[in-house]
Design a protein around this ligand. Structure first.
Ligand code: QAP
Ligand code: CO
Length: 179
């Protein structure tokens, strides 16, 4: 098991389009386990492979309070969305500290494969519907802040870049301290 490095917005690699998984082997299962470990450690409720710089269609989600209901979606497809919409305050492990309302279909029907390559369908509403759509956006190279106004998005970008500079400086100081 190992923790994976999560890309931070506005890293351009977050906008790559993920390819379908074609090989269902032990290596895939190990990667799914690493993604789950990374999500739980963060802690988060959803993580897409794109966020750890692997551009394959793989998502892990756990919206349970007990952190004991891992869902794995490989090559997911949306089969149906409701006309009814809901606005949910979304966040993202790639945009830490930022939350804002995004309007999406309230209910969806999706199809995907599990880690064994076995197909399944899911009817989702509430938080699960939000999470599946948010993570599927990542696979298409889309980050939730792209639904916000250009003004908000630019403010978020500036805040993230400032934090990135501060993080880099901290790391440099640590390096000097151990030398
Ligand atoms: C996507 O997001 C999501 O800002 C998953 O400082 C979010 O797990 C779907 C997180 C909301 C539906 C609703 C965010 C952790 C986790 C942060 C996450 C942070 C620490 C986000
Ligand atoms: Co996200």
């Amino acid at each position: 098991m190992s923790l994976l490095n999560i890309l931070r917005y506005p890293d351009p690699r977050l906008h790559k389009v993920a390819k379908p998984v074609t090989v269902f082997d032990a290596r895939l299962k190990q990667f799914v386990a690493d993604m789950a470990e990374t999500m739980y450690e963060a802690p988060g409720i959803g993580l897409a492979a794109s966020q750890v710089d692997v551009h394959e269609q793989i998502i892990v989600i756990d919206i349970s309070d007990t952190r004991s209901d891992l869902r794995v979606f490989i090559n997911p497809e949306i089969l149906w969305v409701s006309d009814e919409k809901q606005i949910y305050d979304e966040g993202c492990l790639s945009v830490p500290g930022v939350y804002d309302g995004v309007e999406r279909p309230a209910r969806i029907k999706a199809r995907a494969l599990d880690a064994d390559g076995k197909p399944f369908e899911v009817d989702a509403d509430g938080l699960l519907a939000v999470c599946v759509q948010h993570e599927m956006d990542h696979l298409k190279g889309k980050v939730f802040v792209e639904y916000l106004s250009p003004l908000k998005r630019n403010r978020i970008k500036a805040k993230m870049l400032k934090e990135e500079r501060e993080l880099k400086r901290e790391k440099q100081r640590e390096q000097v301290a151990v030398r």
